[in-house]
Structure formats: C-alpha cells, structure tokens
Design a binder for this molecule. Structure first.
Ligand code: ARG
Length: 588
C-alpha cells in the first residue's frame, strides 16, 4: 500500500496549487498531536499564503473547496489561522487494516522507491580489551539503525570499525612472544583466557621493564612494516578478541557478521596517500612538527584555528587519519550515499572536523549525507558513569548474564509451571530484551541510570511489559480453541472489517500509523520514538480489550476483533523482533 501520509500530502498539495498556491507549495501534513482535532493536520497553507500575500484563512477555504478527499476523510475542518484538520473515514481504516493483514511480511508497507546505499559504522570495539558497557550503546543503537534502513528497502552496508592497529599492539605482541612462546608453533591452540588480564599484564610489564618496553616499541614498527612473524602474533590476538565479542553479538541479537568487520588495520596502507593528497590540495600543513588540517569554522577558546592532526612528528598516523581513509573508501569503493557513524557524544568534534575536511577535500558533495549519531553515558545508581562496586569497568558479558539471571526470577513468578527449558528461553529473551529495550526507550541524547529493577518491571514502558502484551494476545488466540472458535478460519475468510466501538477505532488508527512511527524514528535515528509507539499501541489494545469482548463477541463482529488482535500482535512482534532485535516469546 502506498504510504498514507504521502497520499494525503499529494492530494492537499495539489489542491493548494489549484487554489493559486506557489508551484512548490507543500501541504506539510503530519499526524495530529491532539486526536480531538482530527487524525492529521496540514500546516502548509500559512506559508503559501504568506508568499502570495493573501489571507491564509481564505486560502485554506479555497483549498478545502477544491480538495478531493472524500474517499479518505470524513471531515475536513479549518482551524486557527489556516490549519486544515482531517479525520479518516472508517472505510479507509478497514481497507488499510486488510492491506496490512494480507501482507504478513511487510505489513503493507512499501520499500523505498529510490533505495540508497547506506553505510552504518557501529560497535567498533577496541581489540584486545574486553567489550565494556560503553560499547553497548553503539552496538545496539547502530544495529537498530541498520535494521530499520534494511526494512525501508535500502542497501545497508554494516561496518565494524574495530580498533586493531594502535601502538598498544607492539606491547601485546611482545608480551605474547615473551609469555606464550608455545603459540608461535601453533597459534590456534593458545586461547587467551582473560583478555583484560592479558592486556593489564602486558601493560604492567612495559611500565616496569625498560628492556621489554624497548622490544614493544620495536614490535610496533615491525607490525606496521608487516613483518610476517609479528603479523602472525597480531592475528592471534585479533582472533582471540573476536572469540570474545562474537558471542556477545549473538547474545544481543546483533546482525554484525565477520565480513562486516573492516578495522583500522585495513586502512593502514592508505594513510600516507591520504596525507599526501591533503597536502597537495593545500589542506594539510606542517604545524609544530605535526601535519594538521585546519578545517574551516573550527576555533579554540583562544580564537586560534583548531588543528585536525593527521600525522604526528614521529611519523605516526592517528585515529583521524584512519577515519579520513575510511570515509574516502566508503564513498569511492562502497558507493555510499550516506554514512551513519554511531559513537558517544564525546566524539562530536572529531566527526564534525572529519566531515568538514572530507568536504574540503572534495570526497563528498551534497549528494552524500554524513551523519554522526551520538548518545550519552550509561550511569550507575549513584548517577556517575557505570562502574563495578570496586570502581572497575563493568564487563558487558557479566552484565548481560546478570540480566538473564534476574529475568529468571520474573518468569518463575509469572509462570512457574512451564517446562524448565522454556523458562530458560523466556528468561533469556526477557533479560537481554530488558537491557536493550531500556536503552532504546531512552532519549539517546541524555545520560540514563542503568537499573535492573526498572528495566525488568512488568508495568511501564519496558521489554517485559511489551513481551507480556504480545504473549497475552497469543494466549487469547490459544484460548479460542477451547471456546470452539477457529481463529484461522475466521481470519482467512475475512472480507470486511467492522469498526463501531470508539476503542476499536482508536486501535485501528494506531495500527495503521505504524509506518509513520517507523519513518519518524528512522529519520531522526531515534529508537525511542518506535518504543513509544509500541507502548502506546499496547495501551490502545488494552483499552480495546477491556471495552470489547473478543471471543465472546457476536459472530458478525468477532472476525474483525480477532483481526485487530492479530494485527496488534504482528506489529508488536515486527517492531520488537525485526526492528529492535528483541525476542517476543509466544508465552510468558
Ligand atoms: N574504536 C572506536 C572507539 O572505541 C570507535 C570507532 C568508531 N568508528 C569510527 N569510524 N571512528 O572509540
């Protein structure tokens, strides 16, 4: 089905032009904030009237007179200085509900007419260190962005820009050589049990042992010169890190695959070329021994231009240099129309300077969109950045295991009689879902306090609440069998949807606006708009279910009510499972 908002926009824009509005006049239709005034509102008349220097109210009247919209709306009213309020017809609701129902995969939503190639750069853990909670947000917000663009029909290229090439690798390969000699013969046999300990030990050794420190520095040079022996050790460390983060991705239902990994090392060979090119273009200059770009518009507190450093005085390249190479590669070789970077807000300046440098270098133009999606910090109960009781960083794995453990208690309380295996699966879905959902449901710009109690609560905008709402609908359907209602048959034979009760109409309107919820969430990279919609939907469903009997309904309205149940379940499952990557068990 064609997007409803697009249809309304086209119809009203056309009337606006017919009424004498400027050729490029737009109706600017959006969902109404207050249902008392209607379902949609067109706000474009005022701007058009201003341009024409006419009275907006009169122009609005003219537009309404010329508007052909009887098939979609029952009332069209003018409000205030020239807003046009529209209320959808029940027949349109019926038609759209049926369209959603007959398309179980896309729920009636059409893929983008002009698909784009979109690179989403997210997660990007630093190798040889365990992933900690700071990586959680990039991983899950980025994954949602990738999934939602996928669903919209774009060609999404996921990129895991892992930190695998820093100077710390000299110390690590040197340590591996010194302490894990046996791996030199058979690297695959030597698992590093605890990456964090390995890293700390190597660091300690290089701080305390000057001889070792020297070797470590020599190792970096060897690594960066692709010495085969050092490369082999380095590969081992990278492989060991992968062994650590892949299971976390699996646990979190993250769609990143091995082939999406293109770490800093991949760009290493391109860095001299990047610096050379920027020099030739007159953008990179020597400054206090380093090579810097001074992107336009960036000044420090003292008013002096801010440097974007791309090569240090010792010849070493930096995070910025690699990002320049990666950006250029993604546009030139991956064909990106848009690149979305997902990192915490502390990297804002880095990305602003990166984008400006890329523009100045001519690597991007107005056809390529560069976006930095930022997020705040996850805080502990004390309102300070999340830490263990001892003040260390919390390992992601421990946190997720604890969540599952706590969810087990919730399941035990709700449904003690389920088979153990099923309880374990539900606990996993609820525990992991709760952590992800709490993050998604939060406005990503603001810091938030991580609280197991809050995220596992059965009421409020939480994963368990949404999962329960879903399972409850499924249980209504299961109960039907006992009442000798053949849900499948009633739904298969449905030709008309009857909506009479106000609660039915409210739910129907919510259901058909799913597409807009996805769109506005995707356009602003804000998953909390999607979770808010899902929560709203489940509340509309509750009101409907309280007001309208379903299984006990008269035979002529029962199929319609079953359809509302089924569609609500499908939308919740789609939003949760397909878009947010949160499982929705059939039973809880
Ligand atoms: N490894 C980086 C970090 O931990 C994140 C990488 C983000 N992506 C990028 N292209 N810079 O901060």
């Amino acid at each position: 089905m064609k997007n409803l908002l697009t249809i309304l926009e086209e119809r009203i824009s056309e009337a606006l032009r017919k009424a004498g509005g400027p050729a490029e006049a737009a109706a600017l239709v959006s969902p109404s904030k207050n249902p008392a005034f209607g379902d949609y509102q067109a706000n474009g008349v005022m701007a058009a009237a201003k341009q024409l220097k006419t009275n907006p109210r009169q122009l609005a009247e003219q537009v309404v007179r010329l508007l052909q919209i009887n098939d979609l709306c029952e009332t069209v009213e003018i409000a205030g200085p020239g807003f046009i309020n529209l209320r959808l017809k029940p027949s349109l609701l019926e038609q759209r509900l049926l369209g959603m129902f007959t398309d179980p995969v896309r729920l009636g939503m059409e893929p983008a007419e002009k698909p784009k190639t979109i690179v989403v750069d997210y997660s990007g853990p630093n190798i040889a260190k365990e992933m900690h909670v700071g990586h959680l947000r990039s991983t899950i917000i980025g994954d949602w962005i990738a999934r939602v663009h996928d669903f919209e029909g774009h060609r999404v290229i996921r990129q895991n820009h892992i930190g695998d090439w820093g100077t710390q690798f000299g110390m690590l390969t040197a340590y591996l050589k010194a302490e894990y000699l046996h791996v030199l013969d058979n690297p695959s046999s030597a698992a590093i049990a605890d990456l964090e300990v390995f890293y700390q030990n190597a660091k300690q050794r290089s701080e305390q042992d000057p001889e070792f420190e020297k070797t470590a520095r020599a190792e970096v040079v060897k690594l960066h010169n692709h010495d085969p022996e050092t490369i082999r050790l380095w590969q081992h460390i990278v492989e060991q890190s992968r062994r650590h983060y892949q299971p976390i991705y699996a646990l979190l239902n993250i769609t990143l695959k091995r082939e999406d990994e293109r770490g800093e090392s991949f760009y290493a060979a391109m860095l001299p070329e990047v610096v050379k090119e920027l020099r030739q273009k007159g953008l990179a200059v020597d400054s206090e021994g380093a090579v810097c770009v001074f992107p336009k518009g960036f000044v420090g507190k003292d008013g002096a231009p801010l440097p974007f450093i791309i090569q240090k005085s010792d010849g070493a390249y930096l995070y910025a240099t690699t990002d320049l190479a990666a950006l250029r590669f993604r546009i030139a070789h991956l064909g990106a129309d848009k690149i979305v970077y997902v990192t915490d807000a502390r990297q804002t300046l880095h990305f602003q300077m990166l984008f400006e440098t890329a523009r100045a270098a001519g690597w991007t133009d107005s056809r390529v969109e560069l976006v930095h999606v930022t997020f705040g910090t996850m805080l502990g109960p004390d309102g300070r950045p999340f830490k263990t009781r001892e003040g260390g960083t919390v390992k992601l794995k421990d946190l997720l295991e604890e969540a599952v453990e706590k969810a087990r208690a919730v399941v035990e309380e709700k449904n003690p009689s389920l088979p153990a295996e099923q309880k374990a699966a539900i606990a996993r879905a609820v525990g992991i879902g709760a952590v992800k959902y709490a993050d998604y449901a939060n406005n990503r710009d603001t810091d938030y306090v991580f609280s197991f109690d809050k995220m596992l609560a059965m009421d409020g905008n939480t994963a368990p609440y949404m999962q329960y709402a879903y399972a409850r609908i499924r249980s209504i359907e299961r109960k039907a069998a006992g009442k000798e209602v053949d849900v499948e048959r009633e739904l298969a034979g449905i030709e008309r949807v009857v909506l009479s009760d106000a609660a039915e109409i409210e739910l129907a309107k919510k259901l058909i606006s799913y597409e807009q919820a996805i769109e506005s969430a995707a356009a602003s990279y804000r998953p909390n708009l999607l979770t808010a919609y899902l929560y709203d939907l489940s509340q509309s469903f509750s009101r409907f279910y309280n007001a309208c009997p379903v299984l006990g309904a008269p035979a002529d309205v029962r199929p319609s009510r079953l359809l509302l149940c089924e569609l609500t379940a499908r939308v919740i499952r789609h939003g949760m499972q397909d878009l947010l990557g949160i499982e929705t068990p059939e039973q809880m």
